[in-house]
Design a protein around this ligand. Sequence first.
Ligand code: NAD
Ligand code: UGA
Length: 451
Amino acid sequence: MKRRVLNIACIGAGYVGGPTMAVIADRCPDISVTVVDLNEARIAAWNSDALPIYEPGLAEIVKRTRGRNLRFITQAEGAAAIAQADAVFISVNTPTKTQGEGAGKASDLSYVESCARYIADHATGHTLVIEKSTMPVRAADTIKRILANGKGGATFHVLSNPEFLAEGTAIRDLEKPDRVLIGGEDPDSIEALAEVYRHWVPEKAILRTGLWSAELSKLAANAFLAQRVSSINAISALCEATEADVDEVASVLGSDSRIGPKFLKSSVGFGGSCFKKDLLSLIYLCEFYQLAGPAAYWQGVLDINEWQKHRIAELAAAHARRNGGIVAILGLAFKKDTNDFRESPAIDVCNQLLAAGLQLRLHDERVEAQAFSACLTRGTKSVRFCGSIDEAVEGADAILVLTEWDRYAKLDWSALFAIAAHGASVFDGRAVIDRVAARAAGFKVYSVGKG
Ligand code: NAD
Ligand code: UGA
């Protein structure tokens, strides 16, 4: 039986739940969307002018939909929203487990399981339960089992609808997705969700698969993307040793239509909340099914990433140690156009520099200093958070660029040379700065992948 989705609830008001529901509300004025979260401060921020996450274009969409067909409420008020919903998205965090079986690798599904129990307790009638979070393959079995034990008498179909947005471009990715993926076992339920996306996504971009293929495709997609970054980073080190230029090599590779040009930008390493955890989840699954070869292959992608961060931090550390010991860090976010620094390469690099006894001056466009400092394992005694680039660079022996913020591509290197320490060097971990200008100003410049 085909049913129309007119009321949506989403559990989890994070980087995925918030923007995704805002775009659904924007594109589907006939659908009422309620986002529910445990975190009261986060919900208060979604209901204010200072949204809890920074994403270009998000504030405008929230402004025109909030109070119309989009609302953000705390879990304490959420039961009625679940009862009313035709479809409930689960969009909560699925971090790496820290204890129990699979600790350090497997995904922690406790938040998802608690959502399933909440839905089982409060849903009424027939309800679609949609996995928006990234799950290990066959996680839907767990959700189905919990829903089946609910006391409410509601009936359910579980769908997998993983999200492919990238931070910094979330709104563009949601408004014009390469594809929307819906995995399920019941064709009518799949079509009911497809109908929601058809409000703005062309039919040919809506892919339908079985549940397990959808769950696995999401993990595999992130693993493939991370693998490309590790591949180009492995080549970057060889470029530096041979005086080849990694951007030139990447452009040659990318002109082969079988390879394609995207995701070939060499860097200090990939970060973000998902690549590492999803690779670890994939590795755990391979090991669980006794596939040692594939597990070792994906582990290699992670190992290169760690190696890249470590070697670039060591280059800057060695220079700063020989001089006055002060390092300016430009960029803490894991990529530009986001305030997110989860698993940012800046965390490991800063911790390595602090362990080497260096003094750090940190600058970022969007990352909140207080929050970042919690990731510094040696405390903040040797760290200063700077409100301006000049303040960070003044007196610095090494300037280390770790995020590709547009502003860093346009720095006035002559002015910076005048305030940096004598003999200061620049270490560009993103190959984004104007190297010619920096050298002309008097700096020695290292740039990742440049011979
Ligand atoms: P997040 O940590 O930003 O947000 C998750 C939210 O869920 C938090 O606000 C938390 O308070 C809330 N929550 C947890 N348990 C809850 C519960 N039982 N009831 C109500 N609220 C609860 O996470 P995120 O970055 O939005 O990621 C969510 C999922 O989406 C993850 O599985 C992630 O792998 C996946 N994903 C993330 C991205 C991304 O760009 N961040 C992209 C694609 C997929
Ligand atoms: C990534 C995927 O791109 C999304 O499709 C996916 O939905 C998401 O993970 C997720 O599941 O969380 P995200 O982590 O937000 O998105 O950002 P990316 O643009 O993929 O960048 C990830 C990291 O790789 C960043 O640190 C970035 O700087 C780095 N990167 C990316 C490179 O070093 N080089 C590149 O060429 C591309």
